[in-house]
Design a protein around this ligand. Structure first.
Ligand SMILES: *Cc1c(COP(=O)(O)O)cnc(C)c1O
Length: 336
């Protein structure tokens, strides 16, 4: 199967499976798993933070992050399209009684600072207490400009807000900008990274922050059932993913641009090639194309896409090559 639905579908390589099989393990709830401890210590330093926590998912890492910054009755500012607002089952509100204050995302994925300023609540007992600004990078495959990050940091400092980065795909941003990930991370008090997307690990994310912040997050992780035992098997895959699969993200980005150009050769399909900055390609399909039927025909030929309503998102990753893209395009053309 060639799977364009997401970069979460990547399978662990033979080498990764070997590293997992050979990982030294212990009970991580007792702090005894040497492979988890090694990943957390190494990754904290690598990303420029004092401490790190290995979590079961990016959703859990965001939840623990928001709940470690904010208490009951506090508020976080985020994008209307933010993953930690829209796609995480309202976890911060449901489990933490933390109110989200979403702001419409600008076309480049950023949040307008003037709009954010209006949303920060005065200290008045009518209002929730605004505590945190949460950004996402990449946001819908778009890279937040470095200059914007510095401006947002200045804004947060003036307003007395902490800053969190949902960095599920922050390595796609770093690679696209050709900067070290710490140059992005330096602007934030906390950050998450998904190991299980384009980096190719089967499970897991990291949450970064100060010692005290991660100590709070560790307690909350236990509370939500995220204390894992011989988790070194997973942490070993995560460390290999960070060590080996970052530099190859440039290939995914080049493949995404190639995919966008090829899609534009298909009748009834349009794709804004200039908007493809990383590994995610958005396209529009006109009314003459029956997307559901197209998806089932492609599936019968071993190609998976997730059809939307006359629109779609295709994602490149380490299990998608140039020839996979050529196969998709010729199968699609044949359907038409
Ligand atoms: C995928 C994703 C998450 C959540 O990660 P899971 O591991 O799927 O829970 C969070 N934020 C962003 C931006 C994501 O793309």
């Amino acid at each position: 199967m060639i799977d364009f639905r997401s970069d979460t579908v990547t399978r662990p390589s033979e080498k990764m499976r070997t590293v997992m099989a050979q990982a030294e393990v212990g009970d991580d709830v007792y702090g005894d798993d040497p492979t988890v401890n090694d990943l957390e210590t190494w990754a904290a330093e690598r990303h420029g933070f004092a401490s790190a926590l290995f979590t079961s998912s990016g959703t859990q890492a965001n939840l623990l992050g928001i709940l470690s910054h904010c208490g009951r009755g506090d508020e976080y500012l985020c994008g209307q399209d933010a993953h930690n607002y829209k796609y995480e089952a309202g976890g911060a509100a449901v489990l933490g009684s933390v109110q989200p204050q979403p702001i419409e995302n600008s076309a480049d994925g950023s949040l307008d600072l003037a709009k954010l300023a209006k949303a920060v609540k005065p200290d008045d007992n009518h209002f929730a207490k605004t505590r945190l600004l949460s950004l996402e990078n990449t946001m819908g495959g778009k890279v937040l400009p470095m200059a914007y990050l510095a401006q947002a940091r200045g804004f947060a400092e003036r307003q007395g807000l902490a800053m969190h980065l949902d960095g599920a795909r922050v390595y796609n941003a770093a690679v696209a900008l050709d900067v070290d990930v710490t140059q992005i991370a330096q602007h934030f008090d906390s950050m998450t990274v998904c190991l299980s997307k384009g980096l190719g690990a089967p499970v897991g994310s990291l949450l970064f922050g100060s010692q005290e912040f991660i100590a709070r997050a560790r307690r909350l992780r236990k509370m939500v059932g995220g204390g894992m035992r011989q988790a070194g098997i997973l942490a070993a895959a995560g460390k290999l993913a960070l060590a080996e699969n970052v530099s190859r993200l440039v290939e995914d980005h080049a493949n995404a641009r190639y995919l966008a150009a090829q899609l534009n050769t298909l009748p009834g399909v349009s794709c804004d090639e200039a908007s493809v900055q990383t590994n995610i390609v958005f396209l529009n399909v006109d009314q003459t194309v029956a997307i559901q039927a197209l998806a089932s025909t492609l599936k019968a030929q071993g190609i998976l896409i997730s059809p939307g309503y006359q629109g779609m998102r295709l994602v490149t990753h380490l299990d998608v090559s140039r020839s996979s893209i050529d196969r998709l395009i010729s199968a699609w053309r044949a359907c038409l």
